[in-house]
Ligand binder design. Structure first.
Ligand SMILES: NC(=O)c1ccc[n+]([C@@H]2O[C@H](COP(=O)([O-])OP(=O)(O)OC[C@H]3O[C@@H](n4cnc5c(N)ncnc54)[C@H](OP(=O)(O)O)[C@@H]3O)[C@@H](O)[C@H]2O)c1
Length: 409
């Protein structure tokens, strides 16, 4: 389906002034590229930490061949600040200019660490979102406030279908007060996998309940994978793709390979939900353009569904062998066998053995759309792509291993 005039993103984005946070991150870097290079966006204020020079050097690490072209568009203004500071530490003159002109806020800055305490996580992943919503009440022309959450914001729910909505749960105001006062909930993680997912859940609820008049779009990606093609094939940021991190760690030092899986998938046939970052970015931008409000998922239902066992087979196929080393083995234990502990990576991630089905119903209407925001896969071969991705990770593990060995000589 060709984009009709009403669905052509170019005239729409040409009229927009975007405030993007997290523009040096995995998702934000891709959004920055798309907005500046593919959509000819009117203007982009990109919040960066430290200094513009630091940000450019970070971007050079992840998009070395695109960064100069992005800056040469003269559409991007790097705004120094920090989301943990009052009014993000933005120069008041620049903030006043933004309040007059910004039409769309995309808040992608966050800590994606699964090791933070509840208190640390609230400080970086919740309070800044609520502060930004407050700041945006003085933005005169705002038509969309986008918060990037995570599909695992519902990791307290049992396996099964997760819809694009808020599920009834704890009182988020009380939960926030308790974490601020005591450091954590009395009931610990309250069934969530990590502080990160618990706090995303609290943040979604508070953002919506405290700001009923704000045009909010919450996007919940599943695990984000490297780009299929934009800004460049395999574009990623080290440490930001959980699937790549898992493959890399496993190749560096395999563990027992034991996984606790649902009894419906005793051979690891549950889906490990991943979506490439460029499809994620296109979905975010499509929903902005189509004025979607509320909650949408971005996951494998909009890409390709792959199982845990397939991921493991890819690791086995590309495992960097050393003389005398054995091929890794994976064991899937369903409920009855859980006296045997999981391997350490499985235990750390907690989500790869689960069997959630994240509905992408809100994005189905975009499947056949063509143009710069197309999510159609064309001749993309997902199996070959995954193989090449694992091959790159394997080669990197070997390279680092041999440079470590030569450093010891
Ligand atoms: N990666 C995933 O698999 C995944 C999955 C689901 C949802 N998400 C969500 O998607 C969003 C983007 O994640 P990502 O993968 O792009 O993360 P990322 O690669 O780790 O990037 C994080 C970004 O946030 C910025 N940032 C962190 N702390 C900041 C602070 N105090 N002030 C200003 N900027 C700060 C970082 O800036 P520096 O460059 O200065 O560090 C970076 O630009 C997050 O909300 C995340 O929760 C990610």
């Amino acid at each position: 389906m060709h984009p009709t005039a009403a669905h052509d993103p170019l005239p729409f984005f040409h009229k927009q002034t975007i405030f993007l946070t997290g523009g040096t991150g995995l998702v934000g870097g891709c959004l920055l590229f798309k907005l500046a290079m593919k959509l000819d966006t009117g203007k982009i204020y990109a919040l960066v930490r430290g200094s513009p020079e630091r940000a450019v050097s970070q971007l050079r690490d992840i998009i070395p061949n695109q960064v100069d072209a992005i800056l040469a568009t003269n559409k991007v203004k790097l705004v120094v600040g920090d989301i943990c500071e009052h009014k993000f530490g933005i120069d008041p003159v620049v903030l006043a200019e933004m309040a007059r002109t910004v039409t769309v806020i995309i808040h992608s800055a966050a800590s994606i660490s699964l090791r933070t305490t509840q208190r640390e996580c609230v400080e970086i992943n919740c309070l800044p979102v609520l502060q930004l919503a407050q700041m945006s009440s003085s933005f005169e022309n705002l038509s969309k406030f986008v918060f990037i959450s995570t599909a695992y914001a519902n990791s307290h729910l049992p396996d099964g279908v997760i819809e694009e909505r808020i599920y009834p749960g704890g009182d988020a105001e009380q939960q926030l007060s308790r974490i601020m006062e005591a450091g954590s909930l009395a009931e610990g993680l309250a069934g969530f996998t990590h502080a990160y997912t618990l706090v995303k859940n609290i943040t979604e609820q508070l953002l919506l309940s405290r700001n009923p008049h704000l045009p909010i779009l919450i996007v919940r990606p599943t695990c984000i994978a490297p780009a299929i093609s934009q800004p460049h094939p395999y574009y990623s940021r080290p440490g930001s793709s959980p699937g790549s991190g898992y493959v890399q760690r496993y190749m560096e030092s395999p563990d027992s390979g034991v996984f606790h899986v649902s009894s419906f998938h005793p051979t690891g046939t549950n889906i490990v939900d991943e979506i490439p970052v460029d499809i994620t970015a296109n979905l975010i931008l499509l929903h902005i353009m189509h004025d979607t409000r509320g909650i949408v998922h971005a996951g494998s239902e909009s890409y390709v569904r792959r199982t845990l066992a397939q991921l493991h087979q890819t690791i086995i196929d590309h495992f960097p062998r050393r003389p005398g080393s054995r091929r890794p083995e994976f064991r899937y234990l369903s409920m009855s066998d859980r006296r045997v502990p999981q391997g350490r990576y499985a235990e750390f991630l907690k989500t790869f053995g689960r069997d959630w089905h994240f509905s992408n119903a809100a994005s189905q209407k975009f499947v056949a759309l063509e143009g710069p925001l197309s999510i159609a896969l064309g001749d993309h071969d997902a199996g070959r792509f995954m193989d090449e991705r694992a091959g790159l990770i394997s080669a990197d593990v070997v390279r680092r291993r041999s440079s470590k060995a030569s450093a010891k000589l």
